[in-house]
Design a protein. Structure first.
Length: 297
């Protein structure tokens, strides 16, 4: 891939991005179906995804084959904006990268004053498409979506692709740890399907926890993501190649990636081999709007 704004990130690559600023970041905000679906806030900042699309291009990620999005409205809207800005026609919904259920339960409790049950009713398929199409100003004409009925909290996949094997609706009582493990497993499946088998360039639009999940899954070595702002993102490639640092993104150094191979007992014995990603790792080559933090034992 060639990019006039920055040195190209070697293909294949995966970029994981959090959604834009939610309407309910304002405590007085309201939207049409808030009473029945308080956990599914729209976004209020449609400019931020545009700016981060430009940041991605500057960092060397200007071409994408596919956007994979969480089914929540804020992610669908963010994906629509990004699709138009980056020229991506293919958008796919994946339940496995949806919001952590502890966050859903917290919003339900705060809104109703009762016990949040963690049950989610997603937008139906027509509403999902309409949401993405409107946010993309008509650029995206169709999406690969799930068969979601408006009265069901457990939609089933209608897309036959085997990448959706881990595309299952989280249980309402999912724990915080369970949510992180679920997101890591979903990202692992997407890496195998797209980066390893198809050599694709994929943009994943999800939630704040997905950024930390991607760092833990792809980088490991005790690294975590903190202070994940809206539309923060992390770019990974299976090729370990240095990129020029831009003003809108930063990188961890090769030394950071190599230093603590012995800290994680779960690492495979042949982690030293940087020529392939058989151990599931990818190189973090650029990131923005969050802090990369290394845990110490």
């Amino acid at each position: 891939m060639e990019d006039a704004k920055g040195e190209a990130i070697p293909s294949p690559y995966i970029v994981v991005m959090r959604h834009s600023v939610r309407v309910d970041s304002d405590e007085n905000a309201v939207w049409s179906d808030q009473a029945s679906r308080p956990y599914d806030s729209p976004i209020k900042d449609f400019e931020l995804p545009k700016h981060q699309a430009q940041a991605l291009q500057k960092a060397g990620a200007s071409l994408f084959d596919l956007i994979i999005t969480s089914p929540y409205r804020r992610c669908l809207q963010t994906s629509g904006v990004l699709a138009r800005e980056l020229g991506v026609k293919r958008v796919r919904v994946n339940l496995g990268i949806g919001e952590a259920r502890p966050c859903v339960r917290k919003i339900q409790r705060e809104f109703s004053g009762g016990d949040g049950d963690g049950r989610v009713v997603y937008l139906d398929s027509k509403a999902m498409l309409s949401t993405v199409r409107e946010a993309s100003k008509g650029y995206v004409e169709e999406i690969d979506m799930l068969s979601c009925s408006s009265d069901s909290s457990s939609p089933s996949p209608s897309t036959p692709d085997d990448e959706l094997a881990l595309d299952s609706d989280p249980k309402p009582d999912e724990s915080g740890r369970g949510a992180k493990e679920r997101m890591m497993a979903a990202l692992r499946a997407l890496r195998l399907r797209h980066a390893q088998r198809r050599n694709d360039r994929v943009l994943v639009v999800s939630h704040g926890d997905s950024i930390d999940a991607s760092v833990r899954e792809f980088v490991r070595e005790g690294h975590v993501a903190i202070d994940t702002a809206e539309c923060c993102w992390a770019a990974y490639t299976t090729t370990r190649k240095k990129l020029q640092k831009s003003s809108n993104e930063s990188r961890i150094s090769d030394d950071d990636k190599k230093n603590d191979d012995d800290d994680d007992d779960d690492d495979d014995d042949d982690d030293e081999d940087d020529d392939d990603d058989d151990d599931g790792r990818m190189a973090l080559v650029a990131h923005a709007r969050f802090q990369l933090f290394k845990l110490t034992s």
